[in-house]
Design a protein around this ligand. Structure first.
Ligand SMILES: O=c1ccn([C@@H]2O[C@H](COP(=O)(O)O)[C@@H](O)[C@H]2O)c(=O)[nH]1
Length: 482
């Protein structure tokens, strides 16, 4: 079957649909690929598998096994494996909690090269996660093959991670084929083209340090500044202190102590204090707040040498946030070294917070992070919004010292990147929180600080678990520097 016939067939069986769809990321899309349906059409399944096989065969890629990204690509990989007598590996999405605890099923040797098979690539995240799991077992991945490439940055992201993506068909070809076959009108084609052009996921359209570079150059920018180098190059006093702590304690771990009990917070912080560089609080969820408890918290911060970061996420006009920061019950400016804010109200919010610190004689002793990106599914802090955030940060360097974000936005040591949504195993919670691993956050996304909440808070042994996160985060940093 020709590619044209296959695309028309996929349209007819509604594996390719046009309309209004909400993607996994929460974004509204005028096009949707649902390749799950092909299990009901064995002839299409065989055609799809053969097209994928030909795409890699043409590229002369060498591999010892194939592995489908769970779940849709599993049967496709199985067809490729059986038709061409190439061994298959299965990646588990969740670790078994009994028996072998294996993440990869099938026989392999360390150093084996595996080809990843995927049905659709948008941002490349699912392929990347599979690569990570295989790499953890010592299996190498150099290539991935996809049936439909949505041309939204997945190919670039994977290239930045050293994986070449081979595509049977790109979305531009799908549109072309279906328009020629009179299945789509011009308006629909245009709508989809506009959507694709304005929804590139690689770097959220932000010009990131490694964008536009060849592989060799990207390898070069991988070498990052050490904490002492960053400390000597940055200007803000709070940032200098933070890099100093990170170097001295060998940690890039921020613990998010999200409990409603101050007593419990103090108890757990006493245990995890040695392993963290920052304690993040949500003071407004505490039911037994007292100034005395704040005093105890500050003593713990001095004893264990970490900074305090109240995750207040200010979001109002300058005049209001000034009061929220310094007045009321919590008097945040008096005890929290770092705060954060949304940029929704415009630069007035930064001015308001800065002037509140100034009025308490705390200029230079308090610092602000801007929330440039979020970890939760469907959030809208992306693209132009994130860009505006970076601009505001650059214009307010005397107070803004970095970002809450999901990956590096600037190579300037005057800005630190802190990433929430971190656990030892990737996944989601039931309310849309999305988790990445410390290694992914530090080595792949080039962030600086991992923020871990429930991963530590809900563990039976918070101290040991915090030590595990500290090690994972710090090892990832060392890997970056080497
Ligand atoms: O985008 C964001 C911004 C902030 N957070 C906060 O971080 C912690 C994460 O807690 P986990 O238990 O590790 O999920 C929490 O305090 C959030 O309010 C975030 O998750 N994502």
């Amino acid at each position: 079957m020709s590619l044209e016939s296959l695309v028309v067939k996929l349209y007819e069986i509604e594996a390719v649909k046009f309309g209004n769809f909400t993607l996994k990321s929460g974004i509204q899309s005028p096009v949707y690929f649902d390749l799950r349906v092909i299990v009901s059409y064995p002839d299409v399944m065989v055609e799809v598998s053969e097209h994928l096989w030909k795409a890699v065969e043409a590229s002369k890629t060498e591999f010892a096994s194939v592995c489908g990204v769970p779940y849709t690509a599993l049967p496709i990989a199985t067809c490729m494996s059986t038709a061409h007598n190439v061994p298959m590996l299965i990646r588990r999405k969740e670790m078994k909690d009994y028996g072998t605890k294996k993440m990869i099923e099938g026989h392999f040797k360390k150093g084996d090269v595996c080809l990843i098979v995927e049905d659709v690539v948008t941002s490349g995240t699912s392929v990347s996660e599979t690569v990570q799991t295989l790499n953890n077992e010592g299996i190498k991945v150099k290539d991935a093959v996809v049936l439909l490439n949505r041309e939204q940055g997945g190919e670039q992201r994977l290239a930045s991670e050293g994986v070449t993506l081979h595509s049977v068909c790109k979305i531009s070809q799908v549109l072309d084929i279906l328009e020629k076959a009179k299945k789509l009108d011009r308006d629909t084609v245009q709508r989809v083209q506009d959507f694709i052009a304005s929804n590139n996921t690689f770097g959220n359209n932000i010009k990131r340090p490694a964008d536009g570079m060849g592989d060799a150059q990207q390898k070069k920018v991988k070498k990052v500044l050490t904490y002492p180098e960053r400390q000597s190059q940055c200007k803000h006093e709070v940032l200098k202190r933070l890099y100093g702590i990170m170097e001295e304690k060998k940690t890039n771990l921020c613990f998010s102590g999200d409990t409603t009990s101050f007593a419990e917070l103090l108890e757990v912080v006493e245990k995890v204090g040695p392993y963290i560089c920052i304690l993040k609080t949500h003071i407004d969820i505490i039911t037994d707040f007292t100034a005395e408890n704040i005093h105890k918290l500050k003593n713990l911060a001095s004893k264990h040498n970490f900074l305090l970061f109240e995750d207040r996420k200010f979001a109002d006009i300058g005049n209001t946030v000034k009061k929220q920061y310094s007045e009321g019950i919590y008097k945040i400016s008096e005890w929290s070294d770092i705060i954060n804010a949304h940029i929704i109200p415009g630069p007035g919010i930064i001015e308001g917070l800065k002037s509140a610190a100034g009025e308490k004689g705390l200029t230079g002793k308090r610092a602000l992070l801007l929330i440039a990106e979020m970890s939760s599914k469907g959030n809208v802090a992306t693209g132009e919004y994130t860009k505006a955030c970076v601009k505001m940060a650059e214009e307010n360097q005397d107070f803004v010292v970095g970002y809450i974000c999901q990956s590096q936005l600037s190579k300037d040591p005057n800005f630190i990147h802190m990433t929430p949504g971190v656990k030892l195993v990737e996944g989601t919670d039931s309310l849309g929180q999305q988790y990445l691993t410390p290694k992914e956050v530090i080595t792949k996304r080039n962030s600086d600080i991992i923020i871990v909440g429930r991963g530590i808070m809900n563990s039976d042994d918070p101290a040991t678990t915090a030590a595990t996160y500290q090690q994972a985060g710090y090892d990832a940093y060392l890997e970056q520097c080497s």
